[in-house]
Write a protein that binds this ligand. Structure first.
Ligand code: GLC
Length: 753
């Protein structure tokens, strides 16, 4: 049918951009109003649950030309069959695009994005997206709802696990790397898929950290602290954008013309299409913006092009056009954007481009992909504490592994791994035994359930991520663990969150280790044996007690399908950890929001003090985080020289070179993320005390020194002033360099007029 279509249209659907307009002009001239509206409709299959609503009569809608794309369908054979239905049974045979949340891998799963961001390794980020695209496209997927680029400073919010931390500069670098990985050069290859920048915008800043809650911030904060990653994605050529659920300036993003058209298209030049989030359009009824017809018209007129699951466009746009609430031109514009995306993906040339039934067996979950995922997982781990170099452990004797996260496969990949093979990923003890063989006697005891509240555990272990709650009493579980621990040379406590304690609709107000796990840890420490905490978490937790009492803490986030192997690799020293935090760990929830790039205020607290009346501070805790942004230890140590400036003065248009010498002062080779921060000391508006403006991950052999140089230019000094002009301002700047955002070498330079 498609070949017939191209022939009867008399136009070969060549992959040259010049032909695209003529091809789409001609196709749209043959489309009815209903068929144009149909391209704007994105139903869900429902077999993978990522929202509450269901779509109905999908096959019927497809044959009537009322569907533009479909998502959450897994399996290339099934996708091919649905595509065949669209091509052969609908009047014009327009191909569908098939979407899925390929967030951190497809079947080979990489660390959750927050963990991935802690690698500070853009090659690794790109490689993980490339493998995700290769595997997803091998299974028929042509569109991923990724990267998620929401900056968040609030670990109560569960989707902090899905983002890239609190810093806009790092998140922008990650955005570029992921889009390169997904879309490749031009999406012409059948292993290149269209990416989707989400959630536009500011979804990571809900009041009280409660998912879907109101977002309200100044335009100044938006553009200086949250928008950069989204803009970077547009500049990187992302093919689509997903609007967020939340309101901004009192208008839901889904119906916010300032956001979806003035900023996204007019200011930033985005030329792809905008899709709503799951029922994001119909949810504007609950936002109080009117009935379904009203909010659907509001969305289309604001710049929304595709309706995910609401059925608002399909159900009401024809009436809105007849009533003059929506123009045909606006409908045509949205329809064209979606047809252009399909054209760029090559789906008109070959609707079965992603339907090669032989690819899955040779390209999905391969040993090569798994090896890459294992390496990257170990790079994502953050060593938070290592008193007396307890780690790495020796490969000998008996190791007792205890905890609710020690013997689970389904929790290893972490949240937002919708295509995961949950039974095929080794648990911590399985991975450890496989890596260590008979060198170490690995014994296991559960020790505790996830949390004492069974109903809470049920809410936290949905979507097949069971921890197999043990019906024995806490005392029995503890007793068994202590008996098992008695034979140990060292105890490894695999504790923390379940994978679904973060992710969507997983906000929490208490961020301590769950009650029974904390008790288990206390009792394990009383044995007097060395205890290593292997922490599973999708967010910063409040670990003040653990920092004080536990000798070694390795944060493994949720490391993906190969995490168990990577944990063994790092614990026993085959890999030296190098991860650095990209989200601040507060001492308690009361400090939230707590972030490194904060303002100085008019009553700053003197360095080193934790309280002073009439200065910004608390009565009951200091202002500092437990672990700061950029922090992470290694099995070796690094020393930084003082900063050397190429000049103390910089004139606009010039570059300034800043150099440090970094030395590996330990006995092991290791990688160090050298971080560059700048501070604009005086501005026309208040400016942060520091902002990340560069980083360089260097591998140094034991004893090796290396010069690390950054070039500073005026572009790096720009910010949005009170009138939202993107400017730099002459004056004094501090330049700071170090291995985290707290312990920094400092120098000062002046930017002249
Ligand atoms: C969800 C999420 C979004 C996801 C979409 C499709 O509600 O908010 O990130 O891409 O629905 O699954």
């Amino acid at each position: 049918m498609c070949l017939l279509l191209c022939t009867c249209l008399g136009i070969q659907a060549q992959h040259k951009s010049g032909d695209m307009d003529r091809f789409i002009d001609d196709l749209m001239s043959r489309m009815t109003l209903e068929e144009k509206i149909g391209q704007l409709n994105l139903p869900v299959t429902g077999e993978i649950v990522t929202g509450q609503a269901q779509s109905s009569d999908i096959a019927g809608k497809i044959t009537r030309g009322e569907v533009g794309g479909l998502f959450n369908l897994k399996g290339v054979g099934r996708i091919r069959d649905v595509q065949k239905l669209a091509i052969e049974k609908s009047r014009l045979g327009i191909p569908l695009i098939f979407g899925m949340d390929v967030i951190h891998g497809y079947e080979t799963i990489f660390p959750i994005p927050l963990g991935m961001s802690c690698t500070w390794d853009m090659k690794a980020v790109e490689e993980s997206a490339r493998i995700g695209a290769t595997e997803a496209s091998a299974d028929g997927i042509s569109w991923t709802f990724s990267p998620m680029l929401d900056i968040s400073r609030d670990p109560r919010w569960g989707r902090v696990s899905e983002g890239n931390g609190e810093d806009p500069y790092l998140a922008a670098e990650i955005a570029r790397a992921m889009i390169r990985g997904y879309q490749g050069t031009d999406m012409s290859g059948n292993d290149e898929i269209m990416a989707c920048m989400k959630h536009f915008a500011l979804y990571g800043a809900p009041d009280a950290g409660r998912d879907y809650n109101t977002v309200d911030m100044s335009r100044n904060r938006m553009f200086n602290e949250y928008m950069l990653p989204y803009q970077a994605a547009v500049e990187a050529g992302v093919g689509s954008v997903m609007a967020s659920f939340n309101e901004i300036d009192g208008l839901p993003a889904s119906g916010n013309k300032w956001l979806l058209t003035d900023v996204l298209r007019t200011q930033w030049g985005f030329d792809g299409f905008v899709v709503s989030d799951f029922t994001g359009i119909s949810e504007m009824v609950d936002h109080g913006m009117g009935d379904l017809q009203t909010v659907s018209a509001l969305a289309l007129n604001a710049g929304m092009d595709m309706d995910m699951v609401s059925n608002g466009f399909l159900g009401t746009l024809k009436q809105s056009i007849e009533e003059g609430k929506v123009s045909v031109e606006t409908l045509d514009q949205a329809c064209r954007r979606i047809l252009e995306a399909k054209y760029k993906l090559g789906l008109f040339e070959d609707p079965y481009k992603y339907c090669d039934l032989t690819r899955p067996a040779r390209q999905i979950f391969t040993p090569e992909h798994r090896q890459v995922a294992r390496r990257i997982a170990s790079e994502s781990f953050v060593l938070l504490k290592n008193k007396d170099n307890l780690l790495p452990l020796q490969k000998k004797g008996t190791v007792t592994v205890v905890g609710p996260l020690a013997n689970t496969r389904s929790n290893m990949p972490g949240t937002w791994s919708v295509a995961a093979r949950l039974d095929d990923y080794p648990s911590v003890i399985e991975g450890m035994k496989e890596v260590l063989g008979n060198q170490v006697n690995v014994v296991y005891a559960k020790g505790s359930n996830l949390i004492s509240d069974a109903a809470y555990e049920q809410r936290a272990t949905m979507f097949g991520r069971s921890l197999h709650r043990d019906n024995r009493s806490n005392e029995e579980l503890l007793r068994e663990a202590l008996v098992t621990a008695a034979q140990a040379d060292v105890i490894v406590a695999a504790l923390g969150e379940s994978s679904e304690m973060t992710g969507e609709s997983s906000s929490r107000t208490h961020l301590d280790l769950p009650d029974v796990q904390r008790h288990l840890l206390e009792e394990l420490l009383k044995t007097g044996k060395p205890v290593v905490l292997v922490l599973f978490t999708g967010r910063p937790l409040t670990l003040t007690w653990e920092e004080e009492h536990v000798p070694a803490i390795l944060n493994v986030w949720f490391g993906g399908s190969e995490a168990a192997y990577a944990i063994a690799d790092v614990l026993f020293g085959d890999v030296n950890p190098s991860g650095k935090l990209t989200a601040t760990f507060p001492k308690n929830v009361g400090q939230i929001p707590l972030y490194y790039n904060h303002k100085n205020t008019g009553r700053p607290l003197e360095e080193g003090k934790w309280f002073e009346k009439f200065r910004t501070s608390y009565l009951d805790v200091d202002n500092d985080p437990l672990y700061p942004f950029g922090y992470g230890l290694s099995y070796t140590s690094f020393d930084y020289s003082d900063i050397r400036l190429s000049s103390p003065v910089m004139s606009p248009g010039d570059d300034l070179q800043v150099t440090v010498t970094v030395t590996n002062t330990g006995k092991r080779d290791g990688a160090e993320v050298v971080q560059l921060y700048l501070r604009d000391l005086v501005g026309s508006i208040t400016r942060p005390v520091k902002e990340l403006k560069g980083f360089d991950k260097v591998v140094l052999q034991a004893g090796e020194s290396r010069e690390v140089t950054f070039r500073i230019n005026t572009e790096m000094l720009k910010f949005y002033n009170y009138d939202l002009e993107f400017v730099y301002e002459p004056g004094e700047f501090d330049v700071m360099i170090g291995g985290n955002s707290r312990d920094l070498k400092k120098a000062r330079f002046t930017l002249t007029h």
